[in-house]
Write a protein that binds this ligand. Structure first.
Ligand SMILES: [Zn+2]
Length: 250
């Protein structure tokens, strides 16, 4: 089965050309892509092509799922799994695209069995076993230093061991002890910023202080979109992510 799949991926990579418009959008979001060597660039395009072949892209609320949208999302989504491998995304199949920030309604049950309903504007969501949900506007042109696509994909990787808790399954040679030693103090630092909402002075987006799962997602998008910022703020986290993802855009 594996060789059949690999053969299909090679064939898809040969036939599919990621559009130039999508490359420039992805490069604007992740400036380090511009410095990639041609061979690595080709591998990223091949991973994006396989992702497009294996996932279903659906537009909601009138979104036209065109080539630019699909290619731009796929290129960014391919970045975290370039070395980890596309199979890390195997548990989900659909990418849902909304026109812009959408209002999400969440129902959750607390420890006392009370069901709460939360509503809030979001630009992306990743649910266990569910689709990857993105605001197309933000996926095409994220705020500098961020990438909602990488953020949501990081949540998907995190779910690899069950829940979103900032600890994805670690590749061989990495340890939970080293991971925690790097992430825990950094998260605690960000918790302080999240509480005080000091956006301007925060070393990375204060949303990272919400919980360890958000810390991993925000650190991952900063790692690829603004690597120097993450390395300056939390060098040990930077180093763990470099080992986890197996490459960097620095
Ligand atoms: Zn998140």
């Amino acid at each position: 089965m594996r060789w059949l799949r690999d053969r299909r991926r090679r064939r898809v990579a040969r036939r599919y050309r990621v559009s130039a418009g999508a490359w420039s959008r992805a490069e604007a979001a992740l400036p380090g892509l511009r410095r990639m060597q041609p061979a690595q660039r080709e591998r990223l395009a091949a991973t994006a092509a396989a992702l497009i072949d294996e996932k279903r892209f659906e537009g909601l609320a009138g979104v036209e799922v065109d080539r630019l949208a699909v290619d731009t999302v796929a290129l960014q989504a391919a970045v975290p799994v370039l070395e980890l491998g596309l199979d890390w995304y195997a548990p989900w199949t659909t990418v849902l695209l909304y026109p812009a920030g959408f209002i999400a309604t969440h129902e959750y049950e607390d420890e006392d069995g009370i069901v709460h309903i939360e509503e809030g504007p979001l630009i992306g969501e990743a649910w266990e076993g569910g689709p990857l949900v993105l605001s197309l506007e933000d996926a095409l042109a994220p705020e500098p230093g961020s990438s909602v696509v990488i953020h949501e994909c990081a949540h998907k990787l995190d779910m690899g061991q069950g829940t979103v808790n900032g600890l994805p399954p670690l590749p061989q040679g990495m340890t939970v002890e080293e991971w925690s030693a790097a992430f825990l103090p950094a998260f605690q630092t960000m918790e302080g910023y999240a509480a005080e909402e000091q956006e301007g002075s925060a070393p990375i987006d204060p949303y990272a202080g919400q919980d360890p799962g958000e810390f991993f997602a925000v650190a991952s998008e900063t790692f690829f979109a603004d690597p120097r910022r993450l390395r300056r703020a939390f060098p040990a986290v930077y180093e763990q992510l470099r080992r986890f993802y197996g490459w960097s855009l620095d």
